[in-house]
Design a protein around this ligand. Structure first.
Ligand code: GLN
Length: 476
C-alpha cells in the first residue's frame, strides 16, 4: 500500500517503530502525484529533492517528525514560489521568509512539500478562479473540489498528500473538505498566527488543517497554534493538547441544531445525510437541542461587504512596483499601476476590489461598511447567546454536494450563496470543523455518489469540544 494514503497518526507509528523512513513517504507521494495529478491538478509546484533532503535529516523524536505537509499557495515558505494562483505573482515571487505556521511545522519535525492550487487570492468556492489551472474533484473530475483551498482538499482526498494547510476566510477550508470527503478545521480567530499568509480579509482569515482524520487535524493544530509577536491578532492563551479530549465521547454534551441552516433550498439528500449523522450523535448520548441564530439570513450580505472592503485595502500592495509583475511603462506612474493591476488580477479579484472600494468610499461607508460591522456584532451575539445553552452547534457545510464545473460561473451571486453555512463562523471568530458523513446521490436523477460534510461549530477557543464531537462522528 502506498504510504501516501496513510494518516499522520498511522505513519508516525510506523516511523517511530523503524518500519519505514521519511524518504519512503516522500517517494510514495511523488509517485502518487506523478500518477494522478495530471487529472486532478491539485499542485502548482513542488520540490521533491529539497523534501527528500529534509526527510533524510528528519528528527523522528518530534511530534510531526518525518511527516510531509502540503501548503496552500498563499502561505510563504522560504525559497519557494508563491503565486496565490494569480498571474500577477506567477513566475516572479519567491518567498523571502517562512510564515509562522511553516516555522512551527518545521520545529515540529514536519516537511513542507508542494504548493497547492486555490482560487486566486482565496476568492471563490470552486478553485475555478485560479488563474493558473483548474483543480478537479477526485470523486468526479467534472466537478469542483470546492474552494478556495481546493488544491489542499483534493490532494488529501486523492492520497497525493498526507495532510495540508489551507486558509479560511468565509469557508475555504470547510467547504472543500466537505466536497472532497475529508476533515477540514478552521480554528478560532487568533488561535493561529497569520504572519506570512497573504492577507485577503484580515478580520476573517485563519489558517487551518485539511486531513484524513480528526486526530490528524488535532495534531496539526497542536503544531501550528499559539501566540506570535509577528501577528498582533494572535491570542496569548495557555497552549493545550488538542488530542487530549478526542476519545471522551459525546454523552452529556448538548448539541444545538439551528433551524436557519436547514432551509428550503437545501438538497434533500444532503438534509437526510446530515440528519442521520445527528441521530447517530444522539444515539451516542448527546442531547440534541433546537436553537435559533436569528441573524443568519444577513451573514452572506454582511460578509460580501466586509471581506471585499478589507481585500480592496489589502490588495493595494500589488501595484507592479513593490509586489506583482510590472506592466510595460507607457505613461506616468499612475498609468503603470493601472496597467499592472489590469493585466495582473483576474476578473473575480477585480470584482471584489471594485465592490470593496465602493463600500468604503466617502459618503457610502456608513451605508455599507459601518452598517455591516453592526450586523456582524448581532451575528456574533447570536452565537454567544446560543453557546450559553449548548456545547456545540451542528449544521450542514453546504446545502448541496459538489457542483459541476461552470455550473454557477455566469452568476457570481449564486456562487456567493455557496458560503451560506460557513461564513457566519468567520464573522463571529468561532472555530468550525467539517467532517465527512458519507456520500449522497448527486441529485435525485443520478446514481452518482458524492461526499457530504457536517459542520460542527464551537464557542470561541472551543476547538477541543468540536474535535471531540468530530471524533465521535468519525467513529460511528
Ligand atoms: N467563498 C468565499 C469567498 O469567495 C470564502 C473564501 C475563503 O474563505 N477564502 O470569499
Amino acid at each position: 500500500m502506498s504510504l501516501a494514503s496513510l494518516s499522520i497518526t498511522a505513519l508516525r507509528t510506523q516511523l517511530t517503530a523503524g518500519e519505514i523512513t521519511p524518504v519512503q513517504i516522500i517517494d510514495d507521494i511523488e509517485k502518487a502525484i506523478l500518477a494522478n495529478d495530471s487529472e486532478i491538478n491539485a499542485y502548482l509546484s513542488y520540490d521533491f529533492d529539497k523534501a527528500r533532503e529534509m526527510a533524510a535529516n528528519a528528527d523522528l523524536s518530534l511530534p510531526l517528525g518525518g511527516i510531509p505537509i502540503g501548503i496552500k499557495d498563499n502561505i510563504n515558505t522560504l525559497g519557494e514560489p508563491l503565486t496565490c494562483a494569480s498571474q500577477f505573482l506567477a513566475d516572479s515571487y519567491i518567498a523571502p521568509y517562512d510564515a509562522t505556521v511553516i516555522t512551527k511545522l518545521k520545529a515540529a519535525g514536519a516537511i513542507p512539500l508542494g504548493r497547492l492550487n486555490m482560487d486566486e487570492f482565496a476568492m471563490g468556492s470552486t478553485t475555478g478562479n485560479s488563474s493558473i489551472k483548474r483543480t478537479n474533484n477526485p470523486h468526479d473530475l467534472d466537478r469542483v473540489p470546492g474552494g478556495s483551498s481546493g488544491g489542499s482538499a483534493a490532494a488529501v482526498a486523492a492520497n497525493m498528500a498526507i495532510a495540508t494547510l489551507g486558509s479560511d476566510t468565509g469557508g475555504s477550508i470547510r467547504q472543500p473538505a466537505s466536497h472532497c470527503g475529508i476533515v477540514g478545521l478552521k480554528p478560532s480567530y487568533g488561535r493561529v498566527s497569520r504572519y506570512g499568509l497573504v492577507a485577503f480579509a484580515s478580520s476573517l482569515d485563519q489558517i487551518g488543517p485539511c486531513t484524513k482524520s480528526v486526530a490528524d487535524a488535532a495534531l496539526l493544530l497542536n503544531a501550528i497554534s499559539g501566540v506570535d509577536e509577528m501577528d498582533s491578532t494572535s491570542l496569548d492563551v495557555e497552549p493545550i493538547d488538542f488530542t487530549a479530549n478526542l476519545n471522551k465521547g459525546v454523552a452529556g454534551l448538548k448539541l444545538g441544531i439551528p433551524k436557519e441552516y436547514f432551509t428550503d433550498g437545501m438538497d434533500a439528500n444532503v438534509r437526510e445525510k446530515v440528519k442521520a449523522a445527528i441521530d447517530q450523535l444522539k444515539a451516542a448520548g448527546a442531547e440534541i437541542v433546537d436553537i435559533s441564530l436569528p441573524h443568519t439570513e444577513y451573514a452572506v450580505a454582511t460578509y460580501y461587504i466586509i471581506a471585499p472592503a478589507e481585500a480592496s485595502s489589502n490588495l493595494s500592495r500589488f501595484d507592479g512596483i513593490r509586489y506583482g509583475n510590472r506592466a510595460e511603462q507607457n505613461g506616468n506612474l499612475i498609468d503603470l499601476y493601472k496597467d499592472s493591476r489590469s493585466a495582473g488580477f483576474g476578473s473575480e479579484v477585480k470584482r471584489r476590489i471594485i465592490l470593496g472600494t465602493y463600500a468604503l468610499s466617502s459618503g457610502y461607508d456608513h451605508k455599507y461598511y459601518n452598517k455591516a460591522q453592526k450586523v456582524r456584532t448581532l451575528i456574533r451575539k447570536d452565537f454567544t447567546d446560543a453557546f450559553e445553552h449548548v456545547d456545540a452547534i451542528l449544521t450542514p457545510v453546504c446545502p448541496h454536494a459538489a457542483p459541476k464545473h461552470g455550473e454557477n460561473s455566469d452568476d457570481p451571486l449564486k456562487e456567493y450563496l455557496e458560503d451560506i453555512c460557513t461564513i457566519a463562523a468567520n464573522l463571529a471568530g468561532i472555530p468550525g470543523i467539517s467532517v465527512s458523513v458519507g456520500k449522497v446521490s448527486a441529485d435525485e436523477h443520478s446514481e452518482e455518489k458524492l461526499p457530504v460534510g457536517l459542520q460542527i461549530l464551537g464557542p470561541e477557543l472551543g476547538e477541543e469540544v468540536i474535535l471531540q464531537v468530530a471524533q465521535q462522528l468519525e467513529e460511528v
